[in-house]
Design a protein around this ligand. Structure first.
Ligand code: ZN
Length: 695
C-alpha cells in the first residue's frame, strides 16, 4: 500500500532521515521502533506531508505522493494520531473528534455515523463527549487522538507513540484497541519507543537509529534475536538504570530489562561429531561418578565385570547393565544416590501408590541443568519474554509444576501458576491475564478447549500455544484442542521424574518429531523382550543414560516408554536428535487423565475389599463426542459371594478408587468365574483410546 524509497529529510543542515526504504502491505501492522531522536516521528511527518523530504519518493498504491499537502494525504486515506496527542484542550471531546473529519468535509449524518463507530470502539469517550479534552486522563486523551484519526476512516493509520506517558494498565488498554483495529483490517504504521510492545503488536518491524534503518524483519524473530536485544532493545536499560522507573510510567518495557532476556538455551554444537565427543566425556564422567559415589552402581558394575576406566567410546554403553524402576523402588527413599546427603537440595517423587513411588534427589547443579533445558523447551516452542505462561499442571512433590515454573522464569516470561483443575479460575485468568501459553496434560487441554468453546470466548482469549505432556494424544485430539483454542499451536513435551522431570524434549515448530536433549542424556531403543539395542528408526523401549546428573545418575535406565529414534536431521535446522511421540508402554502401566496407574495397585486395592474376586479387566475408552477419557472396570465377585451384596461392594470400590487412584470408574460386577483365565499373564488392560496413527 505504502512504499518509501531512499527518503532523506533535513532540518536546516541537520539530516534527520538518511535514506529510508520501507514498505507496508494492506492490512498489515508494521512497527517502527527506535530511541528518542532516531527519526521515527520525522518519518511519519514526511509521509503525512507535514515536512518536505529533501530526496526520495513516497508512493501510495503505486502513485507518487511525495510532497503532497497534509490535507491531500488525509483525502487519500491517511490519518495520523500524533505524538503528544495534540488535542485542543479547551474544546470538548466531541469538537476534537469533529476536527478529524474537517479535511474530508465530513458532517451531518455522515459524521454521526462515524462518531457512533468511534464511540463503539472507545466506550469511555461516549460518556464524555461534552467534557473538555484538557480535563481527561492521559489514556482518555490518547483515545480522543486515535478517535479523531479514525473519524476519517483511514485506510492507513499512523500512530505516533500511543503509549507515551501512560501507566502500564492504560498502555495495555490502548494496545488492546490497536490489536482490535489491526484484526478488523486497518493497516497500521505504529511508531513506538516501547520496543517490546510495538514488536508484539506488529507482524513486521523496522528499527531506526540516527536516521537510518539498522534492522528489519518479522517482529517475532526480532524480539528473540539476542544480539539485537543487546544492541538495541536493551540499550535503554543498560545505559540508564533509571529506565526501570520509567517503565512503571509506560515509557519502556520493564520486562525487557530482565537480566536473562538475552539468553540462548540451545547448545553451541554445530556438528554431530562435536555432540558425540561431548556425550562420550559425559558418559565417562557419569560411569566413574556412579561407581565412586553409589553402592548400587558399584555392585552392579562389579557384578557385570565393568571397569569404569574402560569406557572408551559411545559403543561401550551397551556393555553396561540396565537399570529399572524396581531398582529405584528398592532403594527407597534415596535410590541411586551418588553424592553425600549434604549436597542434596531437593527431592521429587513420581505419582503412584505408596511403596511404588520413585523418589529422585537433586543437587543444585542438577536443578540448574533442569531449569536450563526446560527454558530450552520454551525457546524451541517459540515462547519469549513477552509471553504469559499459564501453568495448569501439578505443583508439589511432582516434578511437573516446578519444572514448568522455573523454566518460564528462567526464560524471562511471566508465569501464571494456576495448578491443575479449577476450570473457572483457569478461564478467568486466560481472560484477565491474556495468557499466551497454556501448559497442561492433554486431557486437561481438551477439557479447557471444550469449556472455551462452550462459553464462546475463543475470540477473547489470547492463547497462541498449548504445551502439553505426560499423556499420549491422538491426531484428532490435537486437532480438536487446537481448533477450540482458536487455532493455538500444539507442542508435545516429554519427560520423566527419573530423568529430572518434564522438559527432556519437545516437539519443534515443524511438528513431526520430538527433539531430545542429547547433550544431557543418551537415548537407546531396545527390544523389551531380548533387551538388545535396536537400530535407529525401529520402535522399541526407550533407555536413557544421564550425562551430568549428580545426585542420582541414571545408567541405561529402562523408561518403559515405547518410541523410536528418527534418523537424520530435522527440517527445522536443529542439530538436536529426535524421536517419535511416545506410542505406549512396554509394561502394563497406563496413564489415565494424567495419573500414572499400575495394574498391581488396582490388584492391591481390590484384594483389600472383602467380597471381591481377584480377576478384573480395565477398559480405557475415549468418548467420541466429548473426547474425554473414561475407565470401565469389570470385576468378579468372590467365590460364594451373593449378588445381593453388589450395591455395597460397588459403593466401596468406587470410594477406594477415588481415594487412592483419583479416578472414578464405571464398574460392573460379574459372577465368580466369568472373566477369562489363562496360564500366561492374563490381559487385564484394554486401552482403546488411541485409534489414529502416531508420528
Ligand atoms: Zn525440528
Amino acid at each position: 500500500m505504502l512504499k518509501i524509497e531512499n527518503l532523506h529529510v533535513h532540518y536546516g543542515s541537520a539530516e534527520a532521515l538518511r535514506g529510508i526504504d520501507l514498505e507496508i502491505a494492506g492490512g498489515a501492522t508494521i512497527a517502527l521502533v527506535g530511541a528518542n531522536g532516531a527519526g521515527k516521528s520525522t518519518l511519519l511527518k514526511a509521509v503525512m506531508g507535514l515536512v518536505k523530504p529533501s530526496r526520495g519518493r513516497i508512493l501510495l498504491d503505486g502513485k507518487e505522493v511525495t510532497g503532497n499537502s497534509p490535507r491531500r494525504m488525509v483525502q487519500l486515506g491517511l490519518a495520523l494520531s500524533p505524538e503528544g496527542r495534540e488535542l485542543f484542550g479547551d474544546l470538548t471531546v466531541l469538537d476534537n473528534l469533529r476536527l478529524g473529519g474537517l479535511a474530508l468535509g465530513v458532517s451531518g449524518v455522515q459524521f454521526e455515523e462515524r462518531l457512533a463507530e468511534v464511540c463503539d470502539r472507545f466506550p469511555k469517550l461516549a460518556e464524555r463527549l461534552e467534557q473538555r479534552a484538557a480535563t481527561m486522563s492521559g489514556g482518555e486523551q490518547q483515545m480522543v487522538a486515535m478517535g479523531r484519526a479514525l473519524i476519517a476512516r483511514p485506510k492507513l493509520l499512523l500512530l505516533d507513540e500511543p503509549s507515551l506517558g501512560l501507566a502500564p494498565l492504560v498502555t495495555d488498554e490502548i494496545f488492546a484497541i490497536i490489536h482490535q483495529l489491526s484484526r478488523s483490517g486497518t493497516t497500521i504504521l505504529l511508531v513506538e519507543q516501547n520496543a517490546a510492545r510495538a514488536l508484539s503488536a506488529s507482524s513486521y518491524a523496522y528499527l531506526l537509529a540516527n536516521g537510518r534503518l539498522v534492522e528489519q524483519g518479522e517482529s517475532a524473530a526480532l524480539l528473540s534475536n539476542p544480539s539485537l536485544r543487546r544492541a538495541f532493545l536493551g540499550a535503554a536499560s543498560e545505559q540508564n538504570p533509571a529506565a526501570s522507573r520509567l517503565g512503571a510510567a509506560g515509557l519502556t518495557n520493564i520486562r525487557l530489562e530482565k537480566p536473562d532476556m538475552q539468553q540462548n538455551f540451545m547448545p553451541s554444537f554445530t556438528s554431530p561429531e562435536q555432540l558425540q565427543s561431548h556425550q562420550l566425556r559425559g558418559l565417562q564422567w557419569t560411569v566413574r561418578h556412579a561407581y565412586q559415589g553409589s553402592s548400587f552402581y558399584r555392585q552392579s558394575f562389579e557384578g557385570a565385570g565393568i571397569d569404569p576406566e574402560q569406557i572408551n567410546s559411545l559403543d561401550d554403553l551397551s556393555r553396561l547393565p540396565l537399570t529399572s524402576a524396581d531398582d529405584l523402588r528398592d532403594g527407597y527413599p534415596f535410590p541411586l544416590r551418588a553424592v553425600p546427603y549434604e549436597q542434596i537440595v531437593r527431592i521429587h517423587a513420581s505419582s503412584g501408590t505408596t511403596g511404588k513411588r520413585k523418589v529422585l534427589a537433586y543437587t543444585q547443579k542438577d536443578i540448574d541443568d533442569w531449569v536450563h533445558f526446560f527454558a530450552r523447551c520454551y525457546q524451541m516452542a517459540g515462547v519469549n519474554v513477552l509471553d504469559r505462561v499459564q501453568i495448569a499442571v501439578g505443583y508439589g512433590i511432582w516434578t511437573a509444576g516446578m519444572g514448568f515454573q522455573l523454566g518460564a522464569e528462567k526464560l524471562g516470561a511471566l508465569a501464571v501458576p494456576t495448578g491443575p483443575g479449577n476450570i473457572d479460575l483457569q478461564i478467568q485468568f486466560l481472560l484477565d491475564f491474556q495468557s499466551t501459553v497454556f501448559c497442561s496434560t492433554a486431557s486437561m487441554a481438551l477439557l479447557m478447549a471444550e469449556e472455551i468453546h462452550r462459553r464462546g470466548i475463543a475470540e477473547r482469549i489470547n492463547v497462541q500455544k498449548v504445551i502439553y505432556g505426560s499423556e499420549r494424544s491422538s491426531k484428532s485430539m490435537r486437532h480438536k484442542i487446537s481448533e477450540l483454542f482458536g487455532g493455538a499451536e500444539l507442542f508435545d513435551i516429554t519427560g520423566l521424574t527419573e530423568l529430572y522431570g518434564p522438559g527432556t524434549g519437545i516437539e519443534c515448530s515443524h511438528h513431526d518429531c520430538i527433539h531430545y536433549w542429547g547433550d544431557y542424556y543418551l537415548m537407546e531403543i531396545i527390544d523389551p523382550e531380548t533387551l538388545q539395542v535396536l537400530p535407529e528408526g525401529e520402535w522399541g523401549e526407550m533407555v536413557v543414560t544421564s550425562l551430568c546428573k549428580e545426585a542420582a545418575p541414571l545408567i541405561r535406565y529402562r523408561t518403559r516408554d515405547i518410541t523410536r529414534i528418527i534418523p537424520g536431521h530435522c527440517s527445522c535446522g536443529s542439530i538436536l536428535p529426535r524421536h517419535s511421540r511416545i506410542k505406549g508402554r512396554s509394561d502394563d502401566t497406563f496413564k489415565f487423565r494424567g495419573v500414572n496407574i499400575y495394574p498391581s495397585s488396582i490388584d492391591t486395592l481390590l484384594s483389600n475389599i472383602p467380597g471381591l474376586g481377584s480377576e478384573f479387566q480395565v477398559y480405557l475408552l475415549r468418548d467420541g463426542a466429548s473426547g474425554r477419557d473414561q475407565m470401565r472396570l469389570v470385576v468378579e465377585r468372590g467365590q460364594g459371594v451373593e449378588s445381593g451384596r453388589t450395591p455395597q461392594l460397588l459403593h466401596e470400590m468406587i470410594h477406594q478408587f477415588k481415594k487412592q487412584l483419583l479416578v472414578t470408574p464405571d464398574v460392573e460386577l460379574v459372577d465368580y468365574g466369568q472373566l477369562p483365565r489363562s496360564e500366561r499373564k492374563s490381559q487385564r488392560i484394554f486401552d482403546e483410546r488411541i485409534q489414529d496413527e502416531i508420528v
